[in-house]
Design a protein around this ligand. Structure first.
Ligand code: HEC
Length: 94
């Protein structure tokens, strides 16, 4: 009985902590600066033959690079970084 209670309490804490963690880590500038500058600079976003041609593709590409790195970002983190890149470089209609 005691172990069961502890398990319940632990999972309640995990659930309660989740939204906070996501909110904190959805700081796109921090995420981007910490993870996204080692292979390519911003020149790939502005070059003539850039691959990404829509906001959906941009999100997919951010997800792809992020997964290659094994980061396991939440959707809102991928979206936040895609939005940042869109605002600063790509300029697709939302
Ligand atoms: C391990 C190396 C690596 C890291 C780190 C990396 N990328 Fe990439 N990224 C690539 C490669 C390779 C390409 C494809 C470049 C090409 O087509 O010439 C690319 C392309 C892109 C493109 C598309 C550029 C275009 O042509 O429009 C975006 C957007 C992008 N990366 C975002 C990110 C983001 C966001 C992160 C951080 C999560 C990140 N990358 C981290 C390797 C990396």
């Amino acid at each position: 009985m005691h172990a069961f209670k502890t398990a319940m309490l632990t999972s309640a804490l995990v659930i309660a902590a989740a939204p906070l963690a996501a909110e904190e880590s959805a700081d796109a500038h921090t995420l981007y600066g910490a993870n996204c500058t080692s292979c390519h600079g911003t020149e790939v976003y502005t070059r003539e033959d850039r691959r990404v041609q829509s906001l959906d593709q941009l999100k997919a590409q951010v997800r792809m690079c992020e997964q290659n790195l094994g980061l396991k970002w939440f959707d809102d983190e991928v979206n936040a970084v895609a939005t940042l890149l869109n605002e600063e470089y790509y300029g697709f209609e939302q």
